[in-house]
Design a protein around this ligand. Structure first.
Ligand code: KIV
Length: 264
């Protein structure tokens, strides 16, 4: 696979083609995920829950994200590497610039930050300095304490309108991608059509331009309750590589996620 760039992903959106995103936190899985043709690897701060056993992403540090980004970059075979800036590492634009620099130097090609229009100045600053940004809207896990739990966002007309407006503002300020987590499928479709940049969904139904899952969830090895947007791809595969391959094929074919994986 040629190296995936922002240009690759924009062209896919323009052609109405979907692309696949999976998390990975180490070189071995980065190699498997990218070799299967997965377009984007997300070094998510979900590693705080999946690898470190915390009950939220809040304890994850910039140094830990840089370490795992470096591990992933070492195994990556041409995918775009997206890394999360963790909780409180981008509370001001200056902090964001310093910490995004650390993740880019560790091997990230794009950084992801959680929040709405308040990120406009930060995104413009990073974009001006050559750091592409994916803005994460909807259920933003770093704000779990303010949101009162891991709940679907944008269910009422006012918050839905706010999310659409935020998406448009963030694109205008220079965001290169959006990620929508746990938002009603119809709203996710509306946002995906309202912006020209690619929109990645998780728990956002079948109408976004791309789909992301936490690798351990789609391999069926995450303990505890399975969220409705997760599908266990190991159930019909005879190897981990086969499950990852099948995930990419189903996302590109538009058969995953189905309506049942989204919220009304
Ligand atoms: O940290 C992460 O893995 C994420 C995904 C759940 C989208 O942000």
């Amino acid at each position: 696979m040629n190296n995936v760039t922002l240009h690759t992903l924009s062209a896919l959106k323009q052609d109405g083609k979907k692309f696949a995103v999976l998390t990975a936190y180490d070189a071995c899985f980065a190699q498997l995920v990218s070799s299967a043709g997965t377009e984007v690897i997300l070094v998510g701060d979900s590693l705080g829950m999946v690898l470190q056993g915390h009950d939220s992403t809040l304890p994850v540090t910039v140094d830990e994200m840089a370490y795992h980004t470096r591990c992933v970059a070492g195994g990556n075979q041409g995918a775009m590497v997206m890394s999360d800036l963790p909780f409180m590492s981008y509370a001001t634009p200056e902090q964001a610039m310093l910490n995004a620099g650390k993740l880019m130097q560790a091997g990230a090609h794009i950084i992801k930050i959680e929040g709405g229009a308040w990120l406009a100045e930060t995104i413009a600053l990073l974009a001006d300095r050559g750091v592409p940004v994916c803005a994460h809207l909807g259920l933003t896990p770093q704000a779990v304490n303010r949101l009162g739990g891991y709940r679907v966002q944008g269910r009422d007309a006012t918050s839905a309108r706010q999310m659409i407006d935020d998406a448009i503002v963030l694109e205008q300020q220079g965001a290169s991608m959006l990620l929508l987590e746990c938002v009603p499928s119809l709203l996710a479709g509306e946002i995906s059509r309202a912006v020209d940049i690619p929109v990645i969904g998780i728990g956002a139904g079948p109408q976004t331009d791309a789909q992301v899952l936490v690798l351990h969830d789609m391999l069926g090895i995450t303990a505890g309750r399975k969220p409705r947007f997760v599908k266990d791809f190991m159930a019909d595969a005879d190897s981990i590589a086969g499950a990852i391959q099948s995930y990419g094929e189903q996302v590109r074919a538009g058969t995953f996620p189905a309506d049942e994986h989204g919220f009304e």
